[in-house]
Write a protein that binds this ligand. Structure first.
Ligand code: UD1
Ligand code: MG
Length: 465
């Protein structure tokens, strides 16, 4: 699109009463990201010079989310409707073209904003209103036309049965010059305040009245048809869930177009910033968050949860595993039911099996920890085998964490505890059931358990018979 200069006003001050939640509506996450961040990012990416966000309910929380994205917040003291919200953004201090957009339409994409701006700059003047045609227009404002020209927006609450049948709706996107906006805003009145002002069910100042006023003042309104996802406003928990589902599906679809295999994309939850290489297979129930990077030819089995993880090529994450901020080198296999915690690196071709927890561990290439084990603050060399039930005792009474260093080609027998800090040399062997408190030299055998004592004829006579 040709670069046009514009500023944006994002309306985000409402409580969202219909959400029935004490969290401000615009902070509810849609596919893992607060809906207001999605809107502000899209508006920024569309090229807005300045983004003003109108805040009110939960002001400080909303500020914390949008200010780091480069938006400037303006407070609406009382939530008196969308026109009052725009007024709170002090548009008299703005020049040039203004895009007004609702903060509760999380499916809007950069291209949709460009589409509306394109229409505005092509129609030269007046107001561009983003509209959409829906099968089920529900509670959205209806676009009333007269001989093709947009004449009014009537809120569903205020509409007659006849008007409710209209399927063309207001998406809450308006483009106009600051000058025109500043002329019109003072003319918008609350219910019954002036004979020209329509009564409305909510007793609020409706921004939508600007369309009627435009008609009365012979200012052209262009209704630009935008895709139906733009009209997906979130006003209830049910709509929030629908919006998330659609965004997750949109992400899966993009990845499928790049060659990723989804067994059932509708039950798979991949956030926006995730990348997945082609020929990787994603099973149902997989949830992938943050900036996770999955290479090619990986398999992620059902109900795995991955947050900010790097999987190199040909990695397998088996059923029910939970992975956070860790790196899995190529050909490694983790799970089923493994927990890999932050600062862990699993080497090439290494294996981590069921009910194994790792925290801040460097597991060397080809090393194995296959069953029921806790490894924390540890470095484990290549091809070392960690037996079932091994524990690194890393947390001491002084509340400090200590490190366990195990060399390469070490054999650790089952049910071993390493009381850190402790170092095991390359090629050493640790006997099963040992509690290792002292360093073990390379190639040594360490056994640290009490000797077995057999007491002959010990069991009662009756039992022996
Ligand atoms: C609004 C439109 C409706 C449109 C729909 C699209 C009006 C009167 N109606 O209805 O025509 O079809 O959006 O979703 O504009 N807000 C404030 N301060 C307020 C009130 C609202 O900042 O005093 C913000 C809300 O946080 C929200 C946005 O404005 O992000 C829209 O408000 P909402 O109450 O959701 O309006 P709708 O009833 O959805
Ligand atoms: Mg709404």
């Amino acid at each position: 699109m040709q670069e046009h200069k514009f500023s944006a006003i994002v309306l985000a001050a409402g409580q969202g009463k219909r959400m029935k939640s004490s969290l401000p509506k615009v902070l509810h996450p849609v596919a893992g990201q607060p809906m207001i961040s999605r809107i502000v990012s899209a508006v920024k990416a569309a090229g807005a010079d300045e983004v003003r966000v109108v805040v009110g309910v939960g002001e400080s929380l909303v500020r914390q989310v949008v200010e780091p994205l480069g938006a400037i917040c303006f407070k609406q003291a009382e939530q008196r409707g969308t026109a009052d919200a725009v007024h709170s953004a002090q548009p008299t201090t703005l020049n040039g073209t203004i895009l007004i957009i609702n903060g509760d339409h999380p499916l809007i994409e950069v291209g949709d904003i460009h589409h509306a701006l394109e229409d505005y700059f092509n129609s030269r003047g007046g107001i561009t209103l983003g509209v959409a045609k829906l099968k089920r227009p529900g509670s959205l404002g209806r676009v009333v036309r007269d001989g093709g020209a947009v004449r009014a927006i009537v809120e569903a609450r205020d509409a007659s049965a006849e008007t409710l049948k209209i399927r063309e709706v207001n998406t809450g996107i308006y483009v106009l010059e600051a000058e025109l906006l500043n002329q019109m805003l003072p003319l918008i009145r609350g219910p019954g305040a002036a004979p020209s002002a329509p009564d409305n069910a909510q007793g609020e100042f409706y921004l939508t009245d600007i369309i009627t006023l435009a008609g009365e003042n012979k200012i052209p309104v262009s209704g630009v048809r935008l895709p139906s996802h733009v009209a997906m406003g979130v006003n209830s928990q049910e709509e929030l869930a629908t919006a998330s589902r659609r965004l997750f599906y949109r992400n899966a679809k993009k990845l499928m177009a790049e060659g990723v295999v989804f067994i059932d994309p509708r039950t798979t939850y991949i956030e926006d910033a995730v990348s997945i290489g082609s020929a990787s297979v994603i099973y149902p129930g997989v949830y992938v968050r943050g900036k996770t990077r999955i290479g090619s030819f990986c398999v992620v089995e059902p109900n795995a949860y991955l947050n900010s993880v790097v999987l190199e090529d040909s990695v397998q994450v088996l059923v029910g595993s939970h992975l956070e901020s860790c790196v899995l080198r190529s050909q490694s296999v983790v799970g089923p039911y493994a927990r890999v915690r932050p600062e862990t690196e699993i080497g090439t071709d290494a294996r981590v099996g069921n009910f194994v927890e790792l925290k801040k561990v460097k597991l060397g290439a080809g090393a194995k920890a296959n069953h029921l084990t806790y490894l924390g603050d540890a470095e484990i060399g290549e091809n070392t085998n960690i037996g079932c039930g091994t524990i690194t005792c890393n947390y001491a009474v002084d509340r400090q964490k200590y490190k366990t260093t195990i060399g390469r080609d070490v054999f650790v027998g089952s049910d071993t505890q390493f009381v850190a800090p402790v170092t095991i040399g390359d090629g050493a062997i640790v006997g099963s059931g040992s509690t290792i408190t002292k360093d073990v030299p390379a190639k040594a055998l360490a056994v640290a358990r009490s000797k077995q004592v057999n007491i002959e004829n010990y069991s009662p006579k009756k039992k022996r018979e």
